[in-house]
Design a protein around this ligand. Structure first.
Ligand code: ADP
Ligand code: MG
Length: 326
């Protein structure tokens, strides 16, 4: 059954159980009212997800709900901020009850895991677009920023890289995994539809990492953002990239190192830390049960240099960019 704007708000969007005490007023008035903890600053970010651009047409309602929030939480993670609340602007051709039910399951399932509260939004008719703005808190002058990398720092990445991109290729029918890896298909597609925002690790990196970003556009493009903001360069050793176990076997078909460096949507954290941080990082990796891999080093010479052993690689693409003709 299709619902009206106000029915959707009343029966679905305002149904999340209260997760927090710092929300003075949630959904229902002209604005939400929030109290900000003392000595903290508010970290805010917004992301727009457009059907067919940010998620394939056939993506389930539950995965759309999950992913829309996950990518925004990932931005807070990359600043080391503690997530607190979010707003939801949803545009859809119609508000199907069954679709909304599943969308909210995905959305609130993730929201409740991180105690973030939906505090308001907007509901309109049009092609399917989901916009989520998140807010969180981080100690004054402590946030992980893109501009803090120093020559000599090591470059690290959490988890694995390029798996969401492989998942997308499988969904598009552009990649056939060999028989011995066929069991990985589901996991790779899940990496695309259900990215894990590295919120706890982001917070744990405060005080250790000198710069950080989440990998949404690909390692090469996102590392470049750090390099530009920090006025430094880097050398990256592609052989060290933590790729999927099936990657060596499908290397050519999957697009070689280019794919590992340019594939987006992994939402891992890419960060720099001074030499001597290895012990701290090892401890964080163990505590949160997530690999942290050193993939390169910051240098004074500007630009990104990718090495495969002693060979320097020339990249055709630096990752996805809207409005660029490919
Ligand atoms: P206004 O016209 O004043 O902008 P609306 O009628 O759009 O208010 O919304 C009524 C209330 O419902 C507001 O508190 C708004 O924040 C909330 N709301 C509307 N759409 C959503 C949504 N998709 N998710 C959460 N809250 C929503
Ligand atoms: Mg409105």
């Amino acid at each position: 059954m299709s619902l009206t704007e106000f029915q959707s708000i009343r029966d679905f969007f305002s149904k999340q159980s209260m997760q927090r005490t710092d929300v003075e007023l949630g959904i229902g008035d002209d604005c939400a009212l929030l109290s900000v903890p003392e000595n903290k600053v508010l970290a805010i970010s917004v992301d727009v997800l457009v059907k067919g651009v940010h998620f394939p047409e056939q993506t389930s309602a539950e995965d759309i709900g999950y992913k829309s929030l996950a990518v925004s939480l990932s931005d807070l993670a990359a600043m080391g901020a503690e997530p607190a609340w979010f707003t939801l602007a949803i545009t859809s051709p119609y508000m199907d009850e069954d679709w909304l039910n599943k969308f909210c399951q995905g959305l609130f399932g993730l929201a409740n895991r991180y105690n973030v509260q939906l505090i308001g939004g907007d509901t309109t008719t049009g092609p399917l677009v989901v916009t989520i703005q998140v807010g969180g808190y981080v100690a004054k002058n402590h946030a992980l920023r893109r501009g803090g990398a120093k020559a000599g720092d090591l470059v690290y990445v959490t988890g694995t890289i390029g798996e969401a991109g492989l998942g997308l290729k499988i969904l598009q029918g552009n990649l056939q995994l060999p028989d011995q890896y066929i069991h990985l298909s589901e996991k790779l597609i899940e990496r695309l539809n259900r990215p894990i925002p590295r919120v706890e690790i982001g917070k744990a990196l405060l005080g250790t990492a000198t710069a950080a970003i989440d990998v949404s556009d690909g390692v090469a493009a996102d590392l470049n953002h750090i390099l530009e903001m920090s006025h430094v360069g880097a050398r990256l050793e592609v052989g060290k990239l933590p790729v999927s176990e099936c990657f060596p076997e499908i290397f050519e078909q999957a697009g070689g190192w280019e794919q590992a460096l340019a594939a987006g949507d992994d939402y891992e954290l890419l960060f720099t830390a001074p030499e001597g941080s290895e012990g701290d990082l090892q401890q964080i990796a163990e505590e949160y049960n997530c690999n942290i891999t050193c993939i390169g080093q910051i240098e004074e010479q500007l630009g990104l240099r990718c090495y495969s052993g002693t060979n320097i690689l020339t990249l055709q693409s630096m990752g996805y960019e809207h409005f660029r003709e490919s």
